[in-house]
Design a protein around this ligand. Structure first.
Ligand code: NI
Length: 184
């Protein structure tokens, strides 16, 4: 078990395009993926991309809890060299957070309905379709592979906020706010 340090906004590794993984079956890569899983679990996140632990390769891990996805859990998934294709132009807004941008949250428009494909750790290519929160997590994580953090996807920067402030403001108004992805 190895918990790796998480790179934060400003680090060069988070701005660069990550490189394709030549061989998903490489034992060294498999050991690194285990370290990513340990790191994500330690941070209590739902997603992590390799550049966030300072490795510029196209590797993402994530899972989607049933409670966040209409009762359907997406089990822990390791994606090597993922590719996203939006199925139509529709987008919806959701608050996102990121382990590399600790404490903050903001409203981010994302494609509502996508397909995506990736190689698993045996090298086989897998295809899936995703809606809603599932689609949002995949888009957020894959953006890390292209050097993008969620604030760069925001349409309205006035929604950028400290998550605890937003939550206490919402609570004071008797509202509940649902924060998506990675952080809490
Ligand atoms: Ni993130």
């Amino acid at each position: 078990m190895a918990v790796l340090p998480i790179a934060r906004m400003g680090a060069d590794v988070l701005k660069a395009r990550a490189l394709e993984v030549p061989d998903p079956k490489d034992p060294e890569l498999q050991a690194f993926v285990q370290d990513m899983l340990d790191t994500m679990q330690d941070a209590r996140g739902v997603g992590l991309a390799a550049p966030q632990v300072s490795r510029a390769q196209r590797i993402v891990i994530f899972f989607v809890p049933a409670a966040r996805n209409g009762g359907v859990e997406i089990p822990l998934t390791v994606m090597i060299n993922p590719i996203i294709t939006p199925l139509d132009a529709a987008k919806n807004d959701g608050y996102e957070a990121c382990l590399s941008v600790p404490g903050l949250t903001g409203l981010v428009p994302r494609f509502t309905h996508i397909t995506y494909s990736y190689q698993d750790l045996s090298g086989a290519r897998v295809e899936r379709e995703a809606h809603g929160f599932h689609a949002r997590v995949v888009q957020h994580e894959c953006d890390h592979l292209d050097g993008l953090l969620y604030p760069q996807r925001m349409a309205d920067m006035t929604t950028l906020a400290f998550a605890d402030v937003l939550e206490s403001e919402a609570a004071a108004k008797g509202e509940e706010i649902e924060l998506d992805e990675e952080g809490k």
